[in-house]
Design a protein around this ligand. Sequence first.
Ligand code: BGC
Length: 751
Amino acid sequence: MKRKVLKLFYAASFTMLAVILVSCNSGNTTKKGSKLLAYDAQIDTIIAQMTLEEKIAMLHGKHMFTSAGIERFGIADMVYADGPFGIREEMEPHSWRSLQLATDSATFFPTGSALAATWSEEMAYKYGTGMAREARLRGKDMILGPAINIQRIPTGGRTYEYLSEDPFLSARLSVGYTKGVQDNGVAVCLKHYALNNQENNRGRVNVLVSPRTMREIYLPPFQAAVEEADAYGVMAAYNKVNGYWCSENDMLQNKILRDEWGFAGMIISDWGGVHSTVAAALNGLDVEMPGQRYFGQALIDSVNSGAVPVSVIDAKVRNILRVRLAIEPVPANEANKIMTAQPEQAQIAYEVASKSIVLLKNDEAVLPIDLNKNKNIVIIGDNAIRTMALGGVGAGVKALYEITPLEGLKNRIGNKANIEFIEGYVKPKFVWGQFKSPYTDPDPELLAAAVDAAKKADLVIFMAGNNREVETEGSDRFSIELPYGQDSLIAAIAAVNPNIATVVVAGAPVDLRVVNSNSKALVYAWFNGTEGGNALADILLGNISPSGKLPYTLPIKLEDSPAYAMGNYPQTDSPISEDIFVALVDEHKAESLKEDKSNKDIAIYSEEMLVGYRWFDTKGEAVMYPFGHGLSYTQFDYKNLKTNKQTYKENESIKVSVDVSNTGSHNADEVIQLYVRRINAKVEWPLKELKAFERVSINAGETKTVELNFDVKNLRYWDEESYDWLLENGEIELMVGSSSSNILLTQKVNI
Ligand code: BGC
């Protein structure tokens, strides 16, 4: 890719400044057919009767998770809930302390990367349905999710919450999730808009990104959820983009989100993410959460002084009321009457988990576990008994229950084999504000006990991975090494018993070099929710054939990944991140969060579009396991790639069909993937890009014709000169396969 990036940043910032000067608030010029527009006449009548104070009371937090309605008109408060992977427990109105209710235990859904590993919009829809049902039981109007930022760095603290490194996969799942939630009477809040791709320094960092990269890599999940699923809410991220805080970013909020995409709903700040009154008010933010430092009295004063026109305030009230009128409030006396977690949701959580687990390798067909041959099984590793619903900083779920891997295996194996559990390594206790590196040597006593037990076993299941304290909001990992000396531990175990199946429990990529070479089978099992342990046991025992596919690349080592290889991340060597969130819970620390002008506040995205597999493919760099990879217990044969035409026009769809046969002996799902490569293109492109995928269930011996369709307009690029989407005509190659690196059939067509 050309290194014209910096020039572009300055050009972009200059253009933005110019644009701001000519138009202060281009607010509500919604072009598209949002359902929210149906209420505007009614809303005008309400607004005409409101006082300025009543209007401003709606534009900031009332409690930690509510903003005010208008009592005089019987308009209920807006009630928010974290999101994104379960309805967060009830907290005191003005603190983060739990209310300790008896009815607010919720279903813990598999976290974002697990959902993404299903490669299924249908699963995302069900997931959204389940989230909405539980939100309604708790009286919530808006779920603070889905979390859909692109996984730019493998170390990102919230990688487990986010979906994928690929914008198309993220977009499809965002659409499914959003429709599932909103079809069931609750609003989504897409977060964090936009380019919140790192946790370190998230409250100060200024992301410098070229317009094309922003449009093609980072914005598509938001755009799709707004344009295709009519998302009602968006959360402005903590960081800056090209010089402007997201919560006062005219380009992101007014120009792109509202004017271009037709967003008609409400934009709320991330918690504590507002930095000004006038700039935030003029540049698109509707609600400051959770306090009223900028959008309380200061906003009233700004209106009275003429700095903020009343029409801008009215537009914000309108945005909120559209959502408020579209979402039927749950009467306070009906909320929290029965337990939040309900069996139908546990079933959804199970289904997602069972389709998300990825079989990375399976030498000597060690999986599924043959219980006739393996009578003595030892399960080694703290993650066998560790729950993942809570931990670290940020939103978690007070889960009604969570089946751990050990419980799942015991549930499913019963008395068909002897199961012994050995800790191997342990997770030290987490203490707020005290940083302790998890990258330690193994504990010698625990290691010796593990080696002893492994010697006597027929099969070792090594439960590796991270936990919710290692992967956490507010800070990125500074290594992708497995914590607590797991590499040395598995090497010692393998020396006495090579029959090892390793299960990695993690939301984000880890360095697999040591475990991969010491394990016959390797499985990625995610932070997989309430039913995670049962789903894992069903996969390991072959009750279900694995069908999850990696939503991101597993690099060989951290330094290979694009932002690291380009020297764009980390911006500082310090392993400790001073997080903006700290200011919300610890006033004394707030002082340290003032803007710092040093280089560590700048994140340069000069790898441009080469994020994830786009980088590794284009550079011809080896990876540990590629994007889209995932094995099965059966084999699939791909044949007969056909297209409906040979030459396509811009307004047409490319229809591809492939015959996929299950030639093995297990019924199974497969995810068929279609990538596009441009031949002799003049515009610069990554080597190939995902454009369609389809999950299908195929019984043993059966063949299915699978259709993979996409619109030609999805091949356009963002042209920075004409500031528009353009199509480049020419020849392209359609590449169909079972992962980004296992392409099985190709065909060239013309555009
Ligand atoms: C997080 C958001 C979350 C909010 C409320 C913030 O720190 O970034 O994702 O929704 O807190 O809990």
